[in-house]
Design a protein around this ligand. Structure first.
Ligand code: NAD
Length: 498
């Protein structure tokens, strides 16, 4: 154990006082490298108090003050891309190039926040009645909390706090305890950029910290990204406490491949989207639905590509896929592959038992490909969150869409076809929040919002983009009359104004 990750509260490192720490592991070696402080309820109170005190001035700061800090922050993040990515790889395990991609997608939202001036302009209608004008403005909420998952330790926090603070809120971030270090570097760089103390706080912890935030009277809103059962819990608890809440959950993302698709392109896309980041992406493709007679050829092409993927430590430039986050998670993922044949699937590739020479204690698993998977098997029904791709076969486009729409999840989805009419129909008929047409992972750019349907999102706001600004602000409408001094007094009128 070489390092301790502490809280970042009020613009400085604050040592944990609960006496409780969680282990942080390097997934490539299996070694515990770090311990992370786990907050007590009193430490939650201290973080919220720091954010509340900072809101007194940040909430009324000028837009120019806020954007000056954000532009500086953008430059610092850009200069530290490699440092952030290295921390992600060391604790999450994903390969360095993938970690850099995560930082780039997070930076997009900081860039969006730099342009908050145009998004907060409000609306004005003049002369709606005689000498009456109406203006609509949006104002900040106060203290906002963000609770984030392990799989994007930098990007998902950056989906939240840059827009929240640009809108004038102050923020308490509760990152995943599995890979906590990147969040502290993000906060330290924000301080270096000139963000006043207490505007962005990082509170590490587990359920105690989360529950402390959900039940705290001074927390106005909660953004959550994580698994579906916890998203459901966060939404129910925060809503019951009168807070605004957006809770993004898990997924089972399907890719429909029509008989007219370019099968080489579809196979490339399926392999990239299923096995990238070892399948630990909420937008990973985990089910390919092959329509008509293309199944055998498509499976052969996916297999040929999957067999060539190099697995190894994320900091080795030769590695294309790294280890899984924990040994327990690796074993759970493996159990789906081991149990697949008994539930009727053909195991085309079995990645269980894979190991990497010199790194035998790492959380390794190879790529698995399951064909002819049935919709009532565990491998299909559950979000596996590992490098396991299920292929299902259907006769028609309609059968494929019906199968996909029967899934309780509705995060991302994709269609592969050369038929524009079919793609257009799919876009309208599919029950998911993000649709790709010949794009396997349709994560929206920063200025469009990200979010799923059904069990993939609880609450009605998607994250970042216009929905993000809307979530982190509340509306106020002012109706104004300035009578002309020459006018006679209007007199009393008890009638309903028309
Ligand atoms: P998780 O739900 O286990 O944890 C997410 C956060 O909730 C963490 O900060 C954790 O400390 C906290 N938490 C965990 N258990 C809790 C409990 N019982 N009470 C209160 N808080 C609790 O998720 P994870 O394993 O870190 O991340 C993977 C999951 O996140 C996958 O299901 C993935 O699909 C999902 N995810 C979704 C999106 C999206 O945009 N929809 C994006 C990324 C990840």
């Amino acid at each position: 154990m070489t390092k301790t990750v502490n809280h970042w509260i009020g613009g400085k490192t604050v040592e944990g006082t609960s006496g409780k720490y969680g282990p942080v592991t390097d997934p490539a070696t299996g070694a515990v490298t770090t311990q992370v402080a786990l907050a007590s309820k009193e430490e939650v109170d201290a973080a919220v108090a720091a954010a509340k005190a900072a809101y007194a001035t940040w909430g009324t700061s000028s837009l120019a003050q806020r954007t000056t800090v954000l532009f500086r922050y953008r430059a610092l993040l850009d200069a530290h891309r490699d440092d952030i990515a290295a921390l992600i790889t060391a604790e999450h395990g994903k390969v360095h190039s993938d970690a850099l991609g995560e930082v780039a997608r997070g930076l997009e939202i900081v860039e969006l926040a730099c342009g908050i001036t145009t998004q907060l302009k409000g609306e004005l209608s003049t002369q709606v009645s005689n000498r009456v004008d109406v203006s609509s403005i949006r104002q900040s909420l106060g203290v906002v909390a963000g609770i984030t998952p392990f799989n994007f330790p930098a990007m998902v926090p950056m989906w939240m706090f840059p827009l929240a603070i640009a809108c004038g809120n102050t923020f308490v971030l509760k990152p995943s305890e599995k890979d906590p270090s990147a969040a502290n570097l993000l906060a330290e760089l924000a301080s270096e950029a000139g963000l006043p103390d207490g505007v962005l706080n990082v509170l590490h912890g587990d359920k105690i910290a989360v529950d402390g935030l959900l039940n705290h009277p001074d927390v106005a809103a909660v953004s959550f990204v994580g698994s579906t059962p916890i998203a459901r819990y966060i939404h129910a608890t925060a809503s019951a406490n009168g807070k605004r809440v957006q809770a993004l959950g898990g997924a089972k993302n399907h890719m429909l491949v029509l008989p007219d698709a370019d099968l080489d392109a579809a196979a490339d896309a399926a392999v990239s989207a299923a096995y990238g980041s070892a399948g630990e992406r909420c937008m990973a493709i985990s089910a390919v639905v092959a329509v008509g007679a293309i199944g055998d050829e498509l499976v052969a092409k996916i297999r040929e590509r999957a067999e060539k993927i190099t697995i190894g430590p994320g900091n080795d430039p030769a590695s294309e896929m790294g280890p899984l986050i924990t040994a327990a998670h690796r074993d759970k993922v493996a159990s789906y592959v081991t149990g697949a044949a008994a539930q009727g699937a053909e195991v085309v590739l079995d990645g269980t038992g894979h190991t990497v020479e010199g790194f035998e204690d790492g959380h390794w698993i190879g790529l698995s490909l399951l064909d002819k998977v049935s919709t009532d098997s565990d491998a299909y029904k559950d979000e596996i969150f590992g490098p396991v791709l299920c292929v299902l076969r259907v006769e028609t486009y309609e059968d494929g869409v019906a199968l996909m729409n029967a899934s309780p999840f509705g995060n991302g989805t994709a269609i592969f076809t050369r038929d524009g009419g079919a793609a257009r129909r799919f876009q309208l008929e599919i029950e998911a929040g993000m649709v790709g047409v010949n794009v396997p992972i349709p994560v929206p750019v920063g200025y469009h919002s990200f979010g799923g349907w059904k069990d993939s999102l609880f609450g009605d706001h998607h994250i970042y983009g216009n929905d993000g600004v809307h979530f982190y602000t509340r509306g106020k409408v002012t109706t104004t009359r300035w009578p002309d001094p020459a006018d006679a007094p209007a007199g009393v009128d008890l009638g309903f104004p028309r």
